[in-house]
Design a protein around this ligand. Structure first.
Ligand SMILES: *[C@@H]1O[C@H](CO)[C@@H](O)[C@H](O)[C@H]1NC(C)=O
Ligand SMILES: *[C@@H]1O[C@H](CO)[C@@H](O)[C@H](O)[C@H]1NC(C)=O
Ligand SMILES: *[C@@H]1O[C@H](CO)[C@@H](O)[C@H](O)[C@H]1NC(C)=O
Ligand SMILES: *[C@@H]1O[C@H](CO)[C@@H](O)[C@H](O)[C@H]1NC(C)=O
Ligand SMILES: *[C@@H]1O[C@H](CO)[C@@H](O)[C@H](O)[C@H]1NC(C)=O
Length: 339
């Protein structure tokens, strides 16, 4: 194993700043996902989480960060990232065989914990943990620096952000999005999740959202997670390190760098939330992407573990068609109490 990987492991275990998205990112992603869950997936996740409060997914979105710092959960630290041994800004790519070591990475972890959610032979407690892992790692894998080896995922790059010393990893976990949103508690997360959900349904991301579901198949969790990892890793070359490490080391990033980072940071959070919903819909119903309020076709619902993996393209196409046909009614149903 290259020494950079053990260094990464050591640093991620010891640095408190190495959490993936901070509270705001993880909570927002889970709240967006709640808005797109199929009613059966709502029931399924509420039962597995033993939580039917209005923030039932979001309440558990950062559990995996606490678990990793317990003795029992220490082995899961390596599951929060994949260290792409690429060469930004010249080339960005995650390659599973090269970048996911034997002890595991975020991609293998998403596959493992997805399988464990679905394994009804496991105890409720194990499946509960597995669901909390999937909620968290689907967020983490959309943080570009969790798919990058350079400088220990940016942890070794000192920067300032609005005058505060910190490292680049932290800037991407928290500083950029907290400045954009204005705070990090549940109220801010709810407001932001409402904004991004609306942009997904009717606005900025309306045309992109179908592409976000490409390559998603329940029976191909590694391939699915690799699409997500490569999406986020692309941002490393274009937005995180466009001029290499020299472009950010020792620099103030709260100005032009922040402005340039907003579109990628927003879109990764929106994507993560939408994809998390689709993934949980697949697990719970065998179908992805059916938004809240849209009536389920009589023959559609099947337990996920009875059907073979349903392709995402298929579901997205069906969904788009139904939406077009029933536009006006679907609109009202989709919005629920929100618009
Ligand atoms: C579920 O939640 C209830 C209420 O918070 C609690 O009393 C109960 O012990 C929980 N069950 C499990 C299995 O954690
Ligand atoms: C899957 O998760 C379980 C429970 O955390 C763990 O014991 C096991 O080592 C994991 N397997 C892999 C291949 O990561
Ligand atoms: C970055 O900051 C840390 C702590 O402030 C310091 O120990 C380290 O030497 C700095 N690294 C560089 C490359 O300036
Ligand atoms: C979040 O912070 C804002 C401003 O600091 C405050 O008004 C609000 O009540 C807080 N919300 C929660 C849920 O703590
Ligand atoms: C979401 O927030 C952005 C500012 O970040 C704003 O321009 C946009 O209009 C908001 N969208 C909705 C639907 O409120």
């Amino acid at each position: 194993m290259p020494s950079t990987l053990s260094t990464t492991l050591l640093t991620l275990l010891t640095l408190p700043s190495a959490h993936a998205w901070g509270t705001l990112g993880h909570t927002t992603i889970a709240l967006i996902a709640q808005n797109f869950l199929h009613p059966k997936a709502v029931a399924y996740t509420q039962a597995l989480l033993n939580d039917s409060t209005p923030t039932y997914l979001a309440n558990h979105a950062t559990w995996a960060d606490s678990y990793r710092s317990t003795a029992e959960g220490a082995f899961t630290s390596v599951f929060h990232y994949i260290d792409a041994l690429d060469a930004p800004p010249a080339s960005c790519e995650v390659i599973y065989e090269r970048d996911c070591p034997e002890e595991g990475c975020i991609v293998s972890a998403l596959a493992n914990y997805t399988a464990r959610i679905r394994d009804e032979e496991l105890s409720w407690d194990d499946r509960n943990k597995a669901l909390k892992m999937v909620i968290h790692f689907t967020g983490d894998i959309h943080q570009p620096l969790h798919t990058e080896n350079t400088a220990v995922g940016g942890n070794r790059i000192n920067t300032t952000f609005d005058g505060r010393l910190g490292n680049l990893h932290r800037v991407w976990d928290s500083s950029i999005i907290e400045k954009l949103v204005g705070g990090f508690n549940m109220s801010f997360a709810q407001a932001w999740a409402f904004n991004l959900t609306t942009e997904i349904r009717h606005g900025e991301y309306r045309r992109q959202r179908r592409g976000w579901l490409k390559g998603m198949e329940l029976e191909e969790p590694v391939g699915t997670a690799m699409v997500w990892a490569n999406d986020a890793n692309d941002d490393v070359c274009t937005t995180v390190l466009p001029e290499g490490v020299e472009g950010v080391e020792g620099k103030e990033l709260g100005g032009a760098y922040y402005q340039a980072a907003i579109p990628a940071a927003k879109s990764e959070v929106a994507k993560a939330g939408y994809r998390l919903a689709a993934w949980l819909n697949l697990i719970a119903t065998g179908k992805a992407g059916l938004p809240k309020g849209l009536k389920v076709h009589k023959r559609s619902p099947q337990p996920a573990n009875v059907l073979p993996g349903q392709s995402f393209e298929w579901t997205a196409a069906v969904l788009e068609k139904r939406l077009a046909v029933r536009a006006a009614r679907a609109e009202a149903e989709l919005c629920g109490h929100e618009c």
